[in-house]
Design a protein around this ligand. Structure first.
Ligand SMILES: Nc1ncnc2c1ncn2[C@@H]1O[C@H](COP(=O)(O)OP(=O)(O)O)[C@@H](O)[C@H]1O
Ligand SMILES: [Mg+2]
Length: 329
């Protein structure tokens, strides 16, 4: 901003760069336009924006995966149809679509729970879906799942200590293991008083936090979250989403975050991929896709979520986590 002084007086000349002077009362703060020099030719190739190569590294590469299931009548139905995308190091990629669009089947192939009928999945650029299970097993720690009710698959007599402790890498036994479990509980906003509880003695929010702690126990690079908050009420949902966002920031974890709810995806993800009838119809930066969806299906999906019609990412407040320590949620 120009001072009135500038109009009334001529400033003294001051050094400004090698061999140059400038007349300005505030040469350091408010640099004037460059002194007259011949026009500079703008290089044709502009420098790439400040993204390190590491940020673009694909941790998971899904390459044209297809999965067909045999229906009760014996016919084959395509659940996932030549789907391709990459999950980059440290990013949260949302996978959104209505129920039955093939999201969980895609997740299962990313986790190599079953093999695609066509295409393949790479982990850190190396074979993953194509490996024999015995070659894959030592690397399974790298990619972990959190789903809608992950503790339901555990023996109801297992304590929290055991559920998380079992997932620790070898070597974490005895006191060392107990300390590590307590540390993981702390990471997900739970206190050690919960260690001896059984799943049935936990609130929904606490169960999901324990499940996240268990998924983190082996030290994964990738967390696949398949509808991780769909069974929770809205307040607890927001706490779990905030927890996932915080964990990701703190650890460089990459998230493949699956939800039928665009609003939920928006709170966590950098990019979003939209699935319909087994196919990927759109993928891009979350705000871009939600603001200007290209696929008609994405527009339809968005119109079903009225609160997204206006406002930006901050429209949905996210309460701070660690609030459900006391009472059941
Ligand atoms: N194990 C299975 N056997 C037969 N059909 C299946 C199986 N798993 C999924 N499907 C079918 O595949 C399609 C995609 O399902 P899914 O991946 O679970 O979708 P989403 O997670 O998006 O709701 C659906 O039509 C579903 O009925
Ligand atoms: Mg599903």
């Amino acid at each position: 901003m120009a001072d009135d002084r500038c109009r009334a007086e001529s400033p003294p000349a001051a050094p400004y760069g090698p061999g140059r002077t400038v007349r300005c009362f505030r040469p350091g703060q408010d640099p004037p336009r460059a002194p007259e020099t011949p026009p500079v030719t703008v290089p044709v190739t502009l420098p790439v924006p400040a993204e390190s190569p590491a940020a673009e590294r694909a941790v998971v590469s899904v390459r044209g995966v297809t999965k067909r299931f045999r229906s009760a009548g014996g016919s084959r139905r395509t659940a996932v149809d030549e789907v391709s995308f990459e999950l980059r190091a440290g990013e949260a990629l949302g996978l959104v679509g209505e129920s039955g669009s093939g999201k969980s089947t895609t997740a299962r192939m990313v986790l190599a729970e079953f093999a695609p009928d066509a295409g393949d999945v790479l982990l850190d650029g190396e074979a993953w879906s194509g490996l024999r299970e015995r070659d894959r097993r030592p690397r399974r720690a790298r990619i972990q799942l959190v789903d809608q009710d992950p503790l339901s698959s555990f023996d109801p007599r297992f304590t929290v200590q055991r559920i998380i402790g079992e997932a620790l890498p070898r070597g974490f036994t005895g006191d060392r293991g107990r300390r590590r479990v307590a540390g993981l509980l702390g990471d997900v906003g739970l206190g050690p008083e919960i260690l001896d509880r059984l799943p049935a003695q936990l609130s929904g929010g606490q169960r999901q936090r324990v499940a996240i702690a268990r998924a983190l126990a082996p030290g994964p690079e990738v967390l696949v979250c398949d509808e991780p908050v769909s069974a929770l009420d809205v307040t607890v949902q927001a706490q779990i989403l905030a927890l996932l966002a915080r964990l990701r920031r703190g650890s460089g974890l990459s998230l493949l975050f699956i939800s039928h709810d665009v609003g939920v995806v928006r709170q966590v993800c950098d990019r979003v991929a939209v699935m319909k009838d087994g196919a990927l119809v759109e993928i891009g930066d979350v705000e871009t896709v939600l603001r200007a969806p290209r696929a008609p299906y994405t527009r339809a999906l968005l119109s079903a979520v009225p609160r997204l019609a206006v406002g930006r990412r901050t429209a949905v407040p996210i309460p701070v986590p660690d609030m459900d320590l006391k009472g059941p949620t």
